[in-house]
Design a protein around this ligand. Structure first.
Ligand code: SF4
Ligand code: SF4
Length: 216
């Protein structure tokens, strides 16, 4: 499963780079638009499997940990909740101005790729995913309506917090009161990291309103 996920991620990364080189950025934006609709049904699968930034942030985080340069304390600026919306509107505004003035497309996808890597070399991945990423702002808005999502079976959960430690987007938290983990679908990338480490097999991909197990 892990190898398949890696293969899917790098296939989309290759497609992304191919489209950028060919100057077909609009095709990628089309894929992103479709993924927003898909998020209403299946959750933020774009973030977990398709996003080139996420794919490269995984090795960036590994390097950051190896070099011991990762800081757990992010600047207060990154804790301001509206930043992803500001970065989104700023990106769109700059893209329009660049097109009007220079008659060229601003390579803002590549620019964000570089920003994501720099931020992840210094801070935990959730800082970029939740507090900066302009695409994440939109994915979060659609993902909160997900009909299918990773979900924790409370009866099986023992509150060990292993899932919390492996989640790249702080989407899963063990509640202090009952010591049971719970997943926030608007933050969840459906990446399966938590599922892979859960010692009780308490996490499943289910229909969120009916709590039926779905095998994936
Ligand atoms: S890893 Fe599994 S058992 Fe441990 S807190 Fe998370 S969901 Fe519960
Ligand atoms: S680790 Fe689990 S809760 Fe966190 S994003 Fe991945 S699937 Fe969602």
């Amino acid at each position: 499963m892990k190898h398949l996920v890696t293969f899917v991620r790098f296939s989309f990364l290759a497609l992304f780079l191919f489209l950028i080189v060919k100057g077909k950025m609009m095709i990628w934006l089309g894929i992103f638009a479709v993924s927003l609709i898909a998020a209403i049904l299946f959750g933020r699968i774009y973030c977990g499997y398709i996003c080139p930034m996420n794919t490269l942030m995984i090795p960036a985080e590994w390097i950051s940990k190896k070099l011991k340069i990762q800081s757990v304390n992010a600047p207060n600026l990154f804790k301001y909740g509206k930043l992803p919306w500001i970065t989104l509107f700023l990106s769109i505004g700059l893209m329009i101005i660049f097109k009007k003035v220079f008659h060229k497309d601003l390579p803002f996808l590549l620019i964000w790729l570089v920003i994501a890597l720099i931020v992840t070399l210094r801070y935990k991945p959730e800082v970029f995913h939740n507090q900066i990423c302009p695409f994440g702002a939109l994915q979060r808005s659609f993902g909160k309506f997900a009909r299918f999502s990773k979900s924790v079976n409370e009866e099986e959960c023992i509150g060990c917090k292993l899932c919390e430690k492996t989640c790249p987007s702080e989407a899963i938290k063990v509640i202090t009161d009952n010591k049971k983990a719970i997943i926030n679908t608007s933050l969840c990338h459906q990446c399966s990291n938590c599922q892979q480490v859960c010692p009780k097999d308490a996490i499943h991909y289910i229909r969120t309103n009916k709590k039926e197990k779905v095998s994936i």
